[in-house]
Every structure is written in structure tokens, then in C-alpha cells.
Design a protein around this ligand. Structure first.
Ligand code: SF4
Length: 347
């Protein structure tokens, strides 16, 4: 097979089930930190291909109605979407590129976003682990932009996709960058729907990056609160906590912790075992969370992005700001539910 064109690779990738495709040249990463730079993984990289697959809107239906949880973690989060639905066509696209004699490095986007304090394995080299900021790569490849909520947005699906990437030494024509705030118009639907992480950004704080002549900016989201809320540490968004821990009161809004500290607290509480007793016969600390993670192939998305995804795409659909809309009208059709810090229903 001769040298494939970008159009041939894109056509192949989409035919395998991917929904989104874009290319960045390596020059667009010139300001990336060394432990997040694609060339720290593959020094000869010339192009970064970013692909995406949609999160189906119905994946959130059960959580939005407050009736059914397993679907989201299993199909749409770190279960099948991140580990299989997205990765199989990604891998096949990497094979397609390598058939032409160019090297293709498929990158799993669900890896830990951590930079452990370790020495490089070669003198003067880059220490492990390197990870690519996949949302920033998506911006660099012209696939979309990062919304105020720090979630990646596209014109087709709004916030409803997961991304992955291929690094290759094949030189490809980069796609045009998306104009900043051409999808996120800063209408703040995400802030209104979020139970506490976006409204509590430090006053006036935001993250800003430049790629070529464009500046992209998003809120410096309180990731400690977001992690507690999303990953099973907040009784307001989990009916499983009051059931497993009767009498427990935990006010996320009074916590001021880092993302790492939040994980250290809520992840073991959600997934680990304690002894079996007459009072708690299952032996799991929070039985519901344990099974959602177990059925979810390792993913644990208890809160289901109430604001930054559900409120956001509901708003974008209502205002005809994204391409995919639905015959049955807006996603949010009933009064939304939120419990209190004791896990009681609030009228
Ligand atoms: S995941 Fe939930 S808590 Fe975190 S930013 Fe999104 S809506 Fe807010």
C-alpha cells in the first residue's frame, strides 16, 4: 500500500464506527509540558490524529430520571465506550496506517492523569509516566473546543463524546482549528446544573492555552469537589450512600480538598469491602457503588455529569446550537432531583 492520504485514513476510520476525526501537526504542541508532549512518547511523531465516538444521549436517561445507574458506567464511561467501542476502531485505524509502512502509536485515553515523582530511565530523558491531555489534543486537531466546564465540545454532539488518539510519523495536512467560543457561548447552563464544582471555581480563575493564533479558555474547575461529587462521595447525588451508611452526613460543599485527596477518600469507600455483619451483610462499604463499578468494567460514574454534560447538551439542543437533535424534544423534561447532605429527598 502506498502513502495514504488524510482523506483515505479518515474514510477508513469513520467506516469502522468512529464519529469524529481530526489531525494536528506536531508543531501545534510546541507549548505542551514535556510529560504531556506526544514526542515524549514517540520522538519521530509528525501528526497527531484525534478520533472520537459519541456517547449516546440515552446513556444518561436512567440517572436523569433517578431510577437506573448501571448503563452509564458500563456503556458510556470507562466501561465499553472507553475500553472497547472507541479502542477497536482506533486500533484498526492504526493497523491501516501501518499497512503503508508508517508507524502508528494508538493511545489509550483512559490512563491515569498522574505524573509520579520518578527519575527518567535514561540520563537527561523524560520520566514516566507521560500522558497526552486528550482534550487539548482534540482542540489542536480541530475536532472541537473545551467548554467553560472543561468538557470537550463538538459542533455535532456538544459534550457527548469520548476521544482517543494515534501518533504517527506520517506527515498529514492539519485540520483547521475551531474558532474559540464558537460552540461554548458561555451561557453557563453547565454552571446552573452542576452540584458544586463549577460554581465554586476560585474567583476569576481560568485556564488558558494558545494554539497558533488562537486562545482557548475554560474555568479552573474545583476538581476536588468534582471528584467527590462524580465518583461516589456525595450523598446528594447517590441514593446508594444513605442506604449503605444510614445516618451519615457529608457536606461536599464544605470540603476544600485536592483531586487526589478526593479520589483517596471516595474511590476506596465506593469500591472496597468491609467485614460482613448482620447490619451490613453484603460486606461492601457502599454496595450499590461496588456493583456499578463491577458491572461498569472498572468505571464509576455515579453522578453522571449532571451539569457539564447533561445540562450542557440539553441547552445546546434547545437552542439549536449543535447538529444532533432528537425527535422527542429536550432531554430534561421533568423536575430534576437532588438529595440533601444526609441523602434525604428535597422537595
Ligand atoms: S462532573 Fe458533575 S460536579 Fe463535576 S463539573 Fe461536571 S456537573 Fe460539576
Amino acid at each position: 500500500m502506498g502513502r495514504p492520504t488524510k482523506e483515505q485514513i479518515k474514510e477508513y476510520a469513520l467506516s469502522r464506527g468512529l464519529d469524529l476525526f481530526g489531525v494536528a501537526n506536531i508543531e501545534r504542541f510546541k507549548d505542551a509540558p514535556i510529560r504531556m508532549h506526544p514526542a515524549s512518547i514517540f520522538p519521530e511523531v509528525r501528526s497527531v490524529i484525534v478520533v472520537g465516538r459519541r456517547i449516546v444521549r440515552g446513556g444518561w436517561r436512567g440517572i436523569e430520571e433517578g431510577t437506573y445507574w448501571p448503563n452509564y458506567s458500563y456503556f458510556n464511561y470507562s466501561g465499553l465506550l472507553n475500553t472497547y467501542f472507541l479502542q477497536l476502531p482506533l486500533y484498526e485505524t492504526a493497523c491501516f496506517i501501518e499497512n503503508s509502512g508508517y508507524e502508528a502509536v494508538p493511545l489509550y485515553s483512559g490512563g491515569p492523569e498522574a505524573e509520579p515523582p520518578v527519575e527518567p530511565l535514561r540520563p537527561g530523558g523524560v520520566p514516566p509516566d507521560v500522558w497526552l491531555a486528550i482534550r487539548i489534543a482534540g482542540v489542536a486537531a480541530g475536532v472541537g473546543e473545551i467548554g467553560w466546564s472543561k468538557v470537550f465540545l463538538t459542533k455535532r454532539f456538544g459534550p457527548r463524546q469520548r476521544l482517543a488518539a494515534i501518533l504517527t510519523d506520517l506527515e498529514l495536512e492539519p485540520d483547521p482549528l475551531i474558532e474559540p467560543n464558537s460552540i461554548c457561548k458561555l451561557d453557563m447552563a453547565c454552571v446552573r446544573g452542576c452540584p458544586g464544582a463549577i460554581p465554586h471555581i476560585k474567583e476569576g480563575k481560568f485556564i488558558e492555552i494558545s494554539i497558533e493564533d488562537k486562545k482557548y479558555r475554560w474555568a479552573d474547575v474545583d476538581m476536588g469537589k468534582c471528584t467527590l461529587i462524580y465518583h461516589g462521595g456525595d450523598p446528594r447525588v447517590s441514593p446508594f450512600i444513605p442506604k449503605a451508611l444510614p445516618g451519615y452526613h457529608f457536606d461536599v460543599m464544605k470540603q476544600n480538598v485536592s483531586e487526589e485527596t478526593a479520589y483517596k477518600f471516595c474511590w476506596p469507600m465506593s469500591t472496597r469491602e468491609w467485614r460482613k455483619t448482620a447490619e451490613h451483610p453484603s460486606g461492601y462499604i457502599i454496595e450499590g457503588h461496588h456493583y456499578i463499578q463491577y458491572w461498569g468494567q472498572g468505571g464509576l460514574g455515579i453522578e453522571g455529569s449532571r451539569g457539564c454534560m447533561r445540562s450542557c447538551f440539553d441547552y445546546l439542543e434547545r437552542h439549536n446550537m449543535i447538529e444532533q437533535t432528537f425527535k422527542n424534544g429536550p432531554f430534561i423534561r421533568r423536575k430534576r432531583w437532588l438529595l440533601d447532605a444526609d441523602g434525604n429527598i428535597v422537595e
